[in-house]
Ligand binder design. Structure first.
Ligand code: ZN
Ligand code: ZN
Length: 220
């Protein structure tokens, strides 16, 4: 299994990845987190639709030890496939408790992270992605910016990426300051929509989308 965040240079930049980032930047939050979450929700729905009735699919999941905490939590939201979810849970309950979990849904995302980070690094060279990075409303999260830096430590594209998002981060800072200032009862106007969501966007920028990047609580 490849390590997370390895460079995806074999085929060069992925134009589809860049297009998905541009679309994701039209919504608040980290575009990499948003794309990964959308992909993993689609993958889980396909698994529930196609593999839970297949003994091989369930056996493979049992050998992996089930899903990680995040993906198990996402199963709760699969309201349309709740019978499939119950079958998966029954199957896993009947097996021995695994010594470790090698979540197959996370394994699929490992390659995808590298593709999106590579597309992010190519961003400043692409007019559409550069404009979306500067204007938002989305903005890459710090964990994924660290990931891009780790992928290409001495690469000038990292500095270009940081320059590209600087105007967006300055705007987020102004919106957050506006929200705080307007909490004063003497303020003549309530926060506007951008200011009202600034604290939530700031939290996602700091630590990524809730659930996706995990906690550091020790398990023992
Ligand atoms: Zn992110
Ligand atoms: Zn997982």
């Amino acid at each position: 299994m490849r390590r997370p965040g390895r460079p995806q240079r074999r085929g060069g930049p992925d134009p589809a990845g860049a297009q998905r980032l541009v679309a994701a930047l039209a919504e608040p939050g980290c575009p990499v987190c948003r794309c990964l979450e959308a992909e993993t929700r689609r993958n889980l729905a396909a698994f529930l639709r196609e593999q839970t009735m297949d003994p091989e699919g369930r056996a493979a999941l049992r050998r992996a030890g089930g899903f990680c905490g995040w993906h198990t939590g996402l199963l709760r939201e699969a309201a349309a496939g709740i019978l499939s979810v119950a079958l998966v849970a029954e199957d896993l309950l009947q097996g021995e408790p695994p010594r470790r979990v090698a979540c197959p849904a996370c394994a699929v995302l490992r390659d995808r992270v590298g593709i999106y980070l590579e597309a992010l690094l190519e961003g400043p060279a692409s007019p559409a992605l550069r404009a979306a990075l500067a204007a938002g409303p989305g903005v890459p999260c710090r964990p994924h910016l660290r990931g891009a830096r780790a992928l290409a430590p001495a690469d000038p594209r990292v500095a270009a990426l940081e320059d590209a998002i600087a105007p967006r981060l300055a705007r987020l800072g102004r919106a957050l300051a506006g929200f705080i200032a307007k909490q004063d009862y003497r303020s003549p106007a309530p926060p506007n929509a951008e200011e009202a969501r600034a604290w939530s966007e700031a939290l996602e920028h700091l630590a990524g989308r809730p659930g996706l990047l995990g906690s550091e609580v020790p398990r023992s």
